[in-house]
Design a binder for this molecule. Structure first.
Ligand SMILES: NC(=O)c1ccc[n+]([C@@H]2O[C@H](COP(=O)([O-])OP(=O)(O)OC[C@H]3O[C@@H](n4cnc5c(N)ncnc54)[C@H](OP(=O)(O)O)[C@@H]3O)[C@@H](O)[C@H]2O)c1
Length: 303
């Protein structure tokens, strides 16, 4: 059986993806800052600050999925936090590449998370695709450097795939939990102009895409991981309130409130670009949840 090593596999995406990979006949191992030998999935330790990786994690891996990273939207982007956001994705990836090259390990693929922040936050009708350049803002810089790190694996002869991921919708945790809390409290409303797009993806589709990237040897390079349906923030909140059978209010939460609360970071909430799913669809992928209403209904049924 082949083994997939997932960095940051303890998180939201990794915990769902581990199950998906196991169901499809793969062994899964996790690389975490805290080892754990008690659970059903082996959790190996690494300490990126000290350049330490458990050698067994590397020697046993056929594929690596790189999900590790300090949350981009979790805290204000102070200088220290911005450095951590970059280092936890890029230095960690470089550390893995060095360990792989030193060990002579023949890795079958390196698959890395990236984000739709690559294209920048821009509220317009323009639809971005994988050939568009990165933006100059902070999320754009993070994604560009994250992907350049991944490209070094490709340059070393390892097949590399990068997923520019939209907002991941899952039954527990992540952005949907936060939005649901507001709607359940009866304060569900659009944010800012409400016209900004929210590129999103159901967790099952994202896991299926990672599985495809492992199995499909023709896949390389950057792929948008977003559902084909484009929804604005206003439309998203309206559908969410409808599915939860809760009221939906207008006017929206004013932009200045968010600017006070989130500073520079408010840009990723107040603005949002449309991102295309055409490339992944053209590759033959069929979305299980192409539209928001059914995606949300499915997730709330699981709760
Ligand atoms: N969820 C989304 O909506 C979304 C959207 C676009 C892109 N992504 C990207 O996809 C990846 C996985 O997302 P997720 O939602 O599963 O994230 P998550 O739940 O926050 O999990 C990320 C994992 O990264 C590890 N980590 C955190 N800080 C770290 C640090 N300073 N150094 C090294 N490792 C660190 C943690 O594992 P340990 O504590 O076990 O070490 C954590 O469990 C992230 O890179 C994220 O930016 C997510």
């Amino acid at each position: 059986m082949e083994t997939v090593l997932i960095t940051g596999g303890t998180g939201l995406i990794g915990s769902h993806l581990s199950k998906k990979l196991e169901e499809n006949g793969f062994n899964v191992a996790i690389l975490s800052r805290k080892a754990n030998s008690e659970g059903p999935i082996p959790v190996y330790a690494w300490d990126p600050d000290k350049n330490i990786v458990d050698p067994d994690a590397i020697s046993g891996a056929d594929y690596i999925i790189h999900l590790a990273g300090a949350g981009i939207g979790d805290k204000r982007w102070t200088k220290k936090r911005s450095e951590l956001i970059l280092a936890s994705r890029i230095k960690t990836g470089e550390l893995l590449l060095n360990k792989i090259l030193e060990s002579g390990k023949k890795l079958k693929a390196f698959i890395s998370a990236s984000g739709i922040g690559y294209y920048g936050a821009l509220t317009s009708e323009r639809i971005f695709n994988e050939t568009d350049p990165p933006s100059n803002d902070f999320p754009g810089e993070v994604c560009r450097k994250w992907e350049e790190m991944a490209d070094r694996f490709q340059d070393s002869g390892i097949r590399t795939v990068k997923f520019r991921t939209g907002v991941v919708l899952a039954d527990k945790g992540g952005a949907l939990d936060r939005m649901t809390t507001a709607v359940k409290l009866g304060i569900g409303s659009p944010i800012g102009s409400g016209k900004q797009y929210i590129p999103w993806i159901h967790i099952d589709d994202l896991c299926n895409l990672y599985l495809k990237a492992v199995q499909d040897y023709s896949m390389t390079g950057a792929w948008n991981a977003v559902a084909p349906e484009h929804v604005t923030n206003r439309e998203f909140m309206r559908v969410l309130a409808e599915v939860l059978e809760k009221p939906f209010f207008f006017p929206a939460v004013p932009s200045f409130v968010l600017k006070i609360l989130f500073g520079q970071m408010s840009g990723i909430i107040l603005k949002g670009s449309r991102v295309s799913a055409d490339k992944i669809i053209s590759s033959g992928y069929n979305f299980k949840f192409p539209d928001l209403e059914n995606a949300l209904k499915n997730l709330f049924q699981r709760k």
